[in-house]
Ligand binder design. Structure first.
Ligand code: UD1
Ligand code: UDP
Length: 360
C-alpha cells in the first residue's frame, strides 16, 4: 500500500510525525512525503524535520508566501502532477491549512481516496480561511479521523455518512505525551532564557483575524504589555506577526515590553508550555497542549473549535477588542484549574489511524 502524505505548515509536521513513523514501520506500506513549502523559514520547517527525525520529504514544492488563491492553486497543480506519477492508494492530509485543501482537492478529482486527520472541527466563523479549508476538505474526504466527539457531531450535522467517520482521539495528544517526556530530558530553553518554572506567561499570536486587523493586534499586544508589568511574557514570534508589527511600526515597542524570541522547535515549545504559569494564544494546537500539561489558557479569539476546554474550565475566551479585557482575563486566571476531560482520547490515536488505513 502506498500512502502519500501532504504537509506544509508547522502544525502539520507535528501532527504527521508519529503517523509517518508508524506507517513506515509496517510491512508492505510505503509512505511518500510531500512538503508544499507553505512554511519555509528554517525555524518554521527545517527545525522540526531535524529535531523530530522526520524523514526528508520525497517532494518539496517550494510554494509559500503568496495569497490563498496563489498558494492553493499552484499547490493543486503541482500535487496533481505528483499523484499521477505516484499512484498512491491514499492521500493523507492534516488539519485546515491551504496545503490541506490543495492535497484533498487534487486527490479527489483523480478519484484517489483521501483521509483527513483532524476532521470535523468547526469555529462556525466563515471569515476564517481555516474554516473554509476544513469544511471543503471534510466533504471531499473518504475517511474522516475526528479528534473529539464534538467533531464527530459536527460531521453528522453536515450530513456526512457515519461510515466515513472514526473518532480516534487527537494525534496532538499522542505527540505531546511522547515528545513532552523527551523535552523534559533534553530542552535547555528555560535555562537559556533565564526563566523560572511558573514564573512567566507564554504567548503565541498568528491568526489572520488578529495580525491583519490593527485594532485587534493592538489590543493583544497592549494587553500582553499590561500583563508584563506583573509577570514576564515570553512570545515566540510567528513570521506573519513579526511582519505585521513591522508594518505598523510597533515591533520595537513590543520588544521593549515583552520577551520576543524567534519561533522555537517543538521540544523547547513543550518545555515552555509545561512550565508556564498561563498560556495566552490564538493557536489551535497550543490551546490543547496547555490542557495536556495542566496549564490554564486564555484564547485570544472570539470563539474556539476546542469548546470542551472552555466547558471544563481550562480555557477562557478573551476576544481581543480592548487591551484591558485581555490583561484582566490573563491576570485573573493565573491559578485556574479545570476538570479532567476524556475528549482527546487515550494517547493511541496514531495506532488507530494507521490500522484503519491499512484495514481499508
Ligand atoms: C497557516 C495556516 C493556519 C495555521 C498556521 C500555523 C492557512 C490558511 N493558514 O497560517 O491555519 O494555523 O499556518 O502556523 O493555511 N511566513 C514567513 N515564513 C514562513 C511562513 C510564513 O515569512 O516560514 C509569512 C509569509 O509572509 C506568509 C505569511 O507568513 O505570507 C502567512 O503564512 P501562511 O502560511 O499563508 O499563513 P499562516 O498565517 O502561517
Ligand atoms: N509550536 C512550536 N514552536 C513555536 C510555536 C508553536 O513548536 O514557536 C508548536 C506548538 O507546540 C503546536 C504547534 O506548533 O504543536 C501549533 O502550531 P501553530 O500555532 O503555528 O498552528 P495552529 O495549531 O494554530 O494551526
Amino acid at each position: 500500500m502506498r500512502v502519500l502524505t501532504v504537509v506544509g505548515a508547522r502544525p502539520q509536521f507535528i501532527k504527521a510525525v508519529l503517523i509517518s513513523k508508524s506507517l513506515r514501520s509496517k510491512e508492505g506500506v510505503r509512505e511518500v512525503l510531500l512538503h508544499t513549502g507553505q512554511h519555509y523559514d528554517a525555524e518554521m520547517s527545517n527545525i522540526f524535520f531535524e529535531q523530530l527525525n522526520i524523514p526528508e520529504p520525497d517532494y518539496y514544492l517550494g510554494i509559500g508566501g503568496g495569497t490563498h488563491g496563489q498558494n492553493t492553486g499552484r499547490m493543486i497543480e503541482a500535487i496533481e502532477e505528483i499523484l499521477l506519477k505516484e499512484h498512491p492508494d491514499w492521500v493523507l492530509v492534516y488539519g485546515d491549512t491551504d496545503s490541506t485543501l490543495a492535497g484533498a482537492l487534487a486527490a479527489v478529482k483523480l478519484h484517489i481516496p483521501v483521509a483527513h486527520v483532524e476532521a470535523g472541527l468547526r469555529s462556525f466563523n466563515r471569515h476564517m480561511p481555516e474554516e473554509i479549508n476544513r469544511v471543503l476538505t471534510d466533504h471531499a474526504a473518504d475517511l474522516l479521523f475526528a479528534p473529539t466527539p464534538t467533531a464527530v457531531e459536527n460531521l453528522r450535522q453536515e450530513g456526512l455518512p457515519e461510515s466515513r467517520v472514526r473518532w480516534v482521539g487527537d494525534v496532538m495528544y499522542d505527540a505531546a505525551l511522547h515528545f513532552g517526556r523527551l523535552a523534559d530530558r533534553v530542552s535547555t530553553v528555560l535555562k537559556r532564557l533565564d526563566l523560572e518554572s511558573r514564573g512567566y506567561v507564554l504567548a503565541t499570536v498568528h491568526r489572520a483575524e488578529n495580525t491583519d486587523e490593527p485594532a485587534r493586534l493592538k489590543a493583544v499586544f497592549e494587553g500582553l504589555s499590561q500583563v508584563a508589568a506583573e509577570l514576564p511574557v515570553v512570545l515566540p514570534l510567528h513570521p506573519r506577526t513579526r511582519k505585521a508589527l513591522e508594518r505598523l511600526g510597533w515591533l520595537e515597542r513590543a520588544r521593549e515590553r515583552l520577551r520576543l524570541i524567534e519561533p522555537v522547535g517543538y521540544l523547547d515549545m513543550m518545555a515552555l508550555e509545561k512550565n508556564a504559569r498561563l498560556i495566552a494564544t490564538d493557536s489551535g494546537g497550543v490551546q490543547k497542549e496547555a490542557y495536556f500539561f495542566g496549564v490554564p489558557c486564555v484564547t485570544l479569539r472570539d470563539e474556539t473549535e476546542w469548546v470542551e476546554l472552555v466547558e471544563a474550565g481550562w480555557n477562557f475566551l478573551a476576544p481581543p477588542h480592548d487591551a484591558e479585557t485581555v490583561a484582566r482575563l490573563i491576570l485573573s486566571n493565573l491559578n485556574a484549574h479545570g476538570r479532567p476531560i476524556k475528549a482527546y482520547g487515550d494517547g493511541h490515536a496514531v495506532e488507530r489511524i494507521v490500522s484503519e488505513l491499512i484495514r481499508q
